[in-house]
Ligand binder design. Structure first.
Ligand code: AMP
Length: 508
């Protein structure tokens, strides 16, 4: 097994990792640190939580420390997809770089620009930024990127998912031509491959885990459950399992907020972090969760990205993500740096396809575990599409199986009364279809009628009489308006309706 001493790190950094309690470098650190120190471009495909931050932060700190200059503009730029990740990476920079005299700052949106501007003015060696706010500074002239020697794209796959590609292009255009580039991505897609071809020059390819593989030390379990009963099941799992720290993923901001409120009402202390919360609220919620003063953190994918909570024992997918790769990112929040962890997914029938996509990505089937009292949801693929399938027994809320439903008899064995019932069903369907057609044609008739009336009104509208060639004003006024056929018809109709009204009035 490699040791930190063999990687070529300076004593100050060796002390820093020791202080952090790291006994040996993780596989990505063992491979990436020497390559980065040698000045090569690197593309790192690593599982989340494998220690990749230290893999690029340690050698960058060392390079800047060893080649100190008087430059006040940043010499290393690290781009991260979210505020939380940017803040977290910068915290690592501070922790590892204590005593080196290499300054850093985190630049992200949702907070005031002022403090960031003053930090930049004082001079920083390493900037960790999210793309949008960095561009704001660049456009405002508060940051100069022309001295960047090392450029890092962290969680590049996620950045592309979040639509940061145009911003990344703009940022790259502001960097000097000659620089070292490092790209880290938990998953690989064709887009990532294209980006790396453009960005990297003869890179060292480091892959420490199988592509798109989830952290192996994470135990994954799927709990089939009806959509409407997910909340109940969640409370049951938390209470019966005595879960004290659990990160729950919801698909939408609204969903996350609603769920955290439900849990709090049910007596499970919960907070939510999502895009609608201010940066202050997000940071406070995260701190409370990390300290253990709140049991549950409900988060959306974007907000949760990059959360590093040491020894997080458990994550729950309250809903499966729309993009299968996000599942890998989510469960990577637990089982970090060789720790063990559990990832529970509550899956309903409507999420069958998402589950299949996740399992295809993982290349394996996830273990199923039905919880007593919540059984009966059929989540297996192709279940509903198979012809002549037999229904699974549904269960009542109490958990007892409902009476067995009659399975479909084989062809030709259907008894007469059954056939009769089927025929009457068909008739009902047909008759409902006829009423639908009828109602449609009725609507069309009404539409046609009103259009006709509208046309007539348009034609009969009195427009100004046009003067004929050589006609005097007087003669024009005298002249009768020309009666079109439509007008005549309309006038006739008016008379008839007036007549009928009179007739109706007469008996009174
Ligand atoms: P990362 O993948 O960079 O987000 O790191 C995940 C976690 O692993 C962080 O909490 C690090 O402090 C921790 N870590 C990084 N390197 C090591 C190491 N060599 N040994 C133990 N833990 C580590």
């Amino acid at each position: 097994m490699a040791s930190f001493d063999s990687l070529g790190l300076i004593p100050q950094l060796l002390t820093a990792v020791q202080k952090k309690g790291y006994k040996a470098p993780t596989p990505i650190q063992a491979k990436a640190i020497p390559s980065i120190l040698s000045g090569r471009d690197v593309i790192g495909g690593a599982q989340t939580g494998t220690g990749k931050t230290a893999a690029f932060v340690l050698p960058i700190l060392q390079q800047l420390f060893q080649n100190r200059t008087k430059e006040r503009a940043p010499r290393a730029l690290i781009l991260a997809p979210t505020r939380e990740l940017a803040a977290q990476v910068e915290r690592f920079v501070v922790d590892y770089g204590k005593g080196l005299g290499v300054y850093s700052c985190a630049i992200y949106g949702g907070v005031k620009m002022g403090p960031q501007v003053s930090l930049l003015r004082r001079g920083v060696g390493i900037v960790v930024a999210t793309p949008g706010r960095l561009l704001d500074h660049a456009q405002g002239g508060t940051i100069k990127l022309s001295s960047v020697e090392t450029f890092v794209l962290d969680e590049a796959d996620r950045m592309l998912d979040m639509g940061f590609m145009p911003d990344i292009r703009k940022i790259i255009a502001l960097l000097p031509e000659s620089r070292q580039n490092l790209l880290f991505s938990a998953t690989y897609s064709d887009e990532i491959r294209r980006l790396s071809k453009k960005l990297l020059d003869d890179p060292e390819k480091i892959e420490v885990a199988r592509r798109n593989m989830a952290a192996e030390q994470v135990r994954q379990i799927v709990h089939p459950v009806e959509q409407s009963r997910k909340r109940e099941l969640l409370v049951e799992l938390i209470e019966s399992g005595d879960w004290n720290q659990v990160l729950i993923f919801a698909r939408t901001r609204h969903g996350a907020e609603k769920l955290s409120r439900y849990l709090s009402k049910a007596g499970v202390d919960a907070v939510a972090i999502h895009g609608d919360k201010s940066q202050g609220q997000r940071t406070r919620a995260l701190d409370r969760f990390k300290k253990g003063s709140v049991r549950v953190l409900v988060a959306t994918d974007v907000a949760s990205r990059g959360l590093d909570i040491r020894q997080l024992p458990r994550v729950v997918n309250y809903e499966l993500p729309d993009v299968a790769e996000d599942y890998v990112h989510r469960i990577g929040r637990t089982g970090r740096a060789e720790e063990k962890g559990d990832a529970h997914s509550l899956v309903c029938k409507a999420e069958r396809n998402k589950l299949a996509a996740v399992e295809e990505l993982l290349g394996k089937k996830i273990e199923r575990s039905e919880i007593t009292g919540f059984e009966g949801e059929s989540i297996e693929q192709g279940f509903s599409s198979q012809k002549g399938r037999t229904r699974q027994r549904s269960r009542s809320r109490s958990g007892r199986a409902a009476p067995r439903t009659r399975s479909k008899p084989e062809r030709g064995t259907r008894s007469r009364p059954e056939r009769g019932r089927r025929d009457s069903n068909r008739k009902r369907v047909e008759s409902s279809r006829t009423t639908k057609e009828e109602s449609e044609s009725k609507v069309q008739r009404v539409r046609k009628k009103s259009k006709r009336e509208f046309d007539i009104k348009k034609k009969t509208a009195r427009g100004p009489k046009k003067a004929r060639p050589g006609e005097t004003q007087e003669a024009r006024r005298e002249r009768k308006p020309k009666w079109s056929t439509a007008r005549k018809k309309a006038a006739k109709g008016k008379k008839v309706s007036q007549g009928s009204r009179v007739k109706r009035k007469a008996p009174r």
